[in-house]
Design a protein around this ligand. Sequence first.
Ligand code: SAM
Length: 216
Amino acid sequence: MAQCQAAERVTAAHDQLTWHPVWQTPVTMDHMMDEPGEQPWSKLKSTIYSAIFRNPKSTKVTLATVTLAADDRVLDIGCGPGAAVRQIAGRVASATGVDASPSMISIARKRASHLTNVEFSVRPAERLTFKDGAFSVVWTIQSWHHWNDPEAAYRQVLRVLAPGGRFFVVEKETDGDHGITQTEAAALAAKLTNAGYSDTGFSKVDKMIIVSGVAG
Ligand SMILES: C[S@@+](CC[C@H](N)C(=O)[O-])C[C@H]1O[C@@H](n2cnc3c(N)ncnc32)[C@H](O)[C@@H]1O
């Protein structure tokens, strides 16, 4: 009974949201977002986010844009409830999700409990602690703009990527808040070059911006 009432409350809250015509996200979403430097997402915020964003547009764009092979080992940084990780599990050798929020990882693990080549752990982008060269693809979807120390994260990603491995930062294009501007995307690509990535650049896909670089 209590569960039904809770579900009804979530549904009612969902219905009352004003939905952005392009992003298919609530226009009030910004009020749920942490500012850079704040604590990891709380249990409440993680629960609300995961109830509303079961398959965000940013995930769809990422999966439609990044080509994957059966032997790819993929890391999703700031995976949240794990929608992208679950969807690629059947197409790659392994899919790993990390997030700074224990609450998000708890939800991601529950939702992926039926999958065998999937792992989740609580780790911030800045301290990945995986073995050198452990992954062939690393992406981060609408998480980059929260990172406390992006430069440290770029070094970590470069270390955990195998030579030739690909890194993608996926953000919605914004005028500066909770996303990325084209100017910031160009600056990020330059920072990746300075950090030691090759073939850096960015592209616009369906109102999202994808910044990318290759290890080595
Ligand atoms: C807007 S949610 C996006 C979640 C998921 N990628 C998606 O597209 O549904 C942002 C996520 O980034 C995580 N996050 C914020 N800062 C982080 C950091 N420094 N390292 C790893 N995850 C971080 C948050 O805990 C949150 O789960």
